[in-house]
Ligand binder design. Structure first.
Ligand code: TYD
Ligand code: MG
Length: 456
C-alpha cells in the first residue's frame, strides 16, 4: 500500500501547509487552502529517473567557459523575436492565453514550420483527428511531425524518452495529470507536480519544451503562481476575440528581454506574422471625421501608430457614462478632469466613449495627449488636421511630459508619410538631429496643443 499524506495547498500562490488555515500564511488570501493527498511512494520509475542531480562543486567565475548553444529557429520571425532569438535547448516556455485566442494554432504552426527535425506535439485537449483537421487548414505542410493524444504524465515522459524529439509541445498543462498527486487534472497539486516533472525532463534531456496554460478571468495563468516561477519563460498571447490581431509578449524571460512584442493576424488559414503593424492599424482613410486622433505609441520596444477614437455626447442620465476599450478608464477620468480644469470641458454633462482601433490595448502613457485631442475633436465636431501624429504624456496640471524613445516614434511617423507631429517640448530639445520630412511641433501645455490642433 502506498504511503499517503495530506497537505493543504493555497490555490492562489501554491504555498503548502500541514494543517488547514483560513488565511494563506504566504500570500494572505482568504479561503484558498485546499486539501489534497500526496502518495509518496507512487513516484513512477520513469519520473524518478529524471533526476538531474550531479555533484556540483563551486567553480571560479573566470574558469567558466561559455559554449554558445545554438538556439532552435522556430521558423516564425515574430515568435523568435519574443523568445529572444529562438528556443534555448532545455528551456521550458509557458504560453498563456484565454481559451480560443489561438495558442494551439500558434504552436501547431511552429512545429509545421520546423522541417527536417523531429518534433512531438502532445495534446490532452484534442484527438489526433482534430489536430489533423486543424493542420489541413494551415498553409504549411509537414507530414513528419509526431502527434500524441495523451493525458498521463508518466506515459508522456516514456514516449518522449522513446522518441527523443528536438522540440516538445504540451497542450495544455491543465489537462495532463500524474499518479503522484491524487487530485483531479487542472488542480493546484496536479499542475505543480506535472510542471516540475516536465521541467526536469527538459533539463535532463535538453529538449526545449513549450507548455500551454489557460488563463483565469482576471488574467492570471490558471494554477498556482509557482507555475510561472518554475518555467524559464512566460509568454502571454492576448487579443480581442472579435478582432483579428493577436499580440504575444514575454512577461518573464531568462534568455532574452521582456520588452519584445510579436504581432499576428488570425486568418482563415492560421496566424500570419505582422511585421509592420502601423500600416494595418491605419489602413482606413478617415480624413475629415471628428473624434479621431493618431498617436505614436511604443509597446515594448516597437513603435506603432494607433488610431484613437472618441465619442462625446450629452449625458442623458444624472451620472455621465465613461467607457474605454483598450485604455484604462481611471486614466481617462483623470484626463477628463484635466480637460475640465484647463479648457472648461463640462465633465458632468457629457458621456465619453473611447476606443482604440483594432482591439489593441495600450499601456503607453504617451497616448494621453491623443486621447484628449480625440475627445475635444468629437466635442467641438472639428476634425484633427490630417496627417498629424501626436505623442505626449499629460500631467495633472496639464503639463506635457517627455516620453521615451521619441526618435523611434518620429521615424515611424515619417515612414508612414505623416506630415507633422506634436511632441513634448522636453523631447524636442533633446533631439540629436532634426526630422527630415516631418514638421515637428513642440508643446509644453495641453492648451498649446489644442490651440494648434483646433485653432480657436
Ligand atoms: P485555438 O488555437 O484552438 O485557440 P486556443 O488553443 O488558444 O484555445 O484557436 C481557436 C480559434 O482560432 C477558433 O475560434 C478558430 C480560429 N482559427 C482561425 O480563425 N483560423 C485558423 O486557421 C485556425 C486554425 C483557427
Ligand atoms: Mg487549444
Amino acid at each position: 500500500m502506498a504511503k499517503t499524506h495530506v497537505a493543504y495547498v493555497c490555490s492562489s500562490c501554491g504555498a503548502e501547509a500541514a494543517k488547514w488555515m483560513g488565511k494563506c500564511p504566504s500570500c494572505g488570501e482568504w479561503g484558498t487552502m485546499k486539501e489534497f493527498t500526496i502518495s509518496k511512494q507512487k513516484t513512477s520509475a520513469s519520473i524518478a529517473s529524471l533526476s538531474t542531480a550531479k555533484v556540483n562543486a563551486p567553480i571560479r567565475l573566470g574558469d567558466i567557459e561559455i559554449t554558445n548553444e545554438p538556439r532552435l529557429d522556430t521558423g516564425n520571425a515574430e515568435f523568435n523575436r519574443v523568445l529572444g532569438g529562438g528556443l534555448v535547448p532545455g528551456s521550458m516556455v509557458l504560453i498563456g492565453g484565454e481559451p480560443g485566442i489561438g495558442k494551439s494554432t500558434l504552436v501547431l504552426q511552429v512545429i509545421l514550420n520546423i522541417k527536417n527535425r523531429k518534433t512531438l506535439y502532445v495534446s490532452g485537449e484534442e484527438s489526433v483527428k482534430q489536430l489533423k483537421l486543424r493542420a489541413e487548414r494551415l498553409d504549411t505542410r509537414n507530414d513528419d511531425c509526431l502527434i500524441l493524444a495523451e493525458t498521463s504524465l508518466e506515459r508522456i515522459v516514456e514516449m518522449v524518452k522513446d522518441v527523443n524529439p528536438e522540440l516538445l509541445i504540451i497542450d495544455s498543462i491543465q489537462t495532463i495529470s500524474t499518479e503522484m498527486a491524487e487530485a483531479s487534472p487542472g488542480s493546484v497539486s496536479q499542475i505543480r507536480e506535472c510542471a516540475t516533472a516536465l521541467l526536469r525532463l527538459a533539463k535532463s534531456t535538453n529538449i526545449p519544451t513549450l507548455v500551454i496554460g489557460h488563463i483565469t478571468k482576471d488574467g492570471a495563468i490558471a494554477g498556482p503562481k509557482i507555475l510561472e516561477h518554475i518555467v524559464d519563460t512566460v509568454l502571454q498571447f492576448e487579443g480581442d476575440q472579435h478582432y483579428m490581431y493577436r499580440i504575444l509578449r514575454a512577461t518573464k524571460n531568462r534568455f532574452g528581454s521582456t520588452s519584445e512584442l510579436g504581432i499576428f493576424e488570425m486568418r482563415q488559414n492560421g496566424l500570419r506574422e505582422v511585421s509592420n503593424p502601423s500600416e494595418l492599424l491605419l489602413s482606413e482613410d478617415h480624413e475629415g471625421l471628428s473624434g479621431i486622433a493618431v498617436t505614436a505609441a511604443v509597446e515594448g520596444i516597437r513603435p506603432f501608430l494607433i488610431e484613437v477614437q472618441a465619442l462625446v455626447s450629452t449625458a442623458a442620465y444624472g451620472t455621465p457614462q465613461r467607457s474605454a476599450t483598450g485604455f484604462d478608464t481611471r486614466r481617462l477620468n483623470m484626463l477628463l478632469a484635466v480637460l475640465e480644469k484647463k479648457v472648461g470641458f463640462k465633465l458632468s454633462q457629457k458621456d465619453v466613449f473611447i476606443n482604440i482601433a483594432g482591439g489593441l490595448k495600450v499601456n503607453d502613457t504617451s497616448t494621453d495627449l491623443a486621447i484628449m485631442s480625440a475627445v475635444l475633436s468629437s466635442n467641438f465636431d472639428i476634425p484633427v488636421p490630417p496627417h498629424t501624429a501626436i505623442a505626449g504624456e499629460v500631467g495633472l496640471s496639464g503639463e506635457i511630459r517627455a516620453v521615451a524613445r521619441i526618435e523611434q516614434r518620429i521615424a515611424e511617423a515619417e515612414k508612414l508619410g505623416f506630415s507633422q507631429m506634436i511632441l513634448p517640448t522636453a523631447n524636442y530639445k533633446s533631439l540629436a538631429a532634426p526630422a527630415k520630412k516631418l514638421k515637428l511641433i513642440p508643446v509644453s501645455k495641453v492648451e498649446d496643443a489644442f490651440r494648434i490642433l483646433f485653432k480657436d
